[in-house]
Design a protein around this ligand. Sequence first.
Ligand SMILES: [Zn+2]
Length: 263
Amino acid sequence: MKEHLERLIALQEADLRLEDIAERKRRIPEMVEAARQPLLTAQATRDSLKQEFDKLAKDRKSCEQDLAEQEQALSKLQDRTTKGEIKTNREYQAHLVEIELAKKKKGEIEEKLLILMDQMDTKRKELAQAETAVKDAEKRFTSEKDSLEGSVGALDEEMAALKQKRETMVGAIEPSLLRTYEKLRRTKKGQAMAGVNKDGTCIACRLHVEPQVVAEVKRGISILTCSNCQRILYWTGEPVQIVPQPERKTEAVGVEEAAETTE
Ligand SMILES: [Zn+2]
């Protein structure tokens, strides 16, 4: 019976690994998407900086136009003085005020232009940094994507080999036992077997297994199931017969004796 149990344990290991491989393969597209996120963020930052930069460039252009217009207006005004269009002193005073106003306006436009140019310089630097960040993120994403997608081949190979191995394993297991195993596997989320911990609890459902069952599971001479979760039990503690420790032996005997008295 011991070898039956060992075969079942090996089968479960293979089945769990097969499920793990399938799960890994299934998750690859979403992992690729997750790896893409930093790139998308970097691109969004770059794009919004580019928009801000373009807006500043547009503002600067219109500001330069304003300045040109203002300069033209000012020189037209100044021309009036030399052309002798101004006849009276009163007209002349008004003209001077007009020129002052035009100069003031020109100064304001120039100041605005300087600020815009300054802002563009700052934005240009930020944009360059953002471009670098995008390139770095692109590199990282490409390499992560390649490695994720490249792992599919290895997973497929492992899966094919494992499936072949499973065929052989299944052939060596007693049919009725195999049916029990398969039924449990379907109903117990792939986990048909459950180890019994040193403290006598079932690994799967975490409940205590009856002491007499624990004792029998330890000996491994019969197929036993957890009375709570119905999984096939096996011993996970130290193999008592291999590590001879007098204390533990006495303990084990004690459990068996206790089991016998409760029966
Ligand atoms: Zn259980």
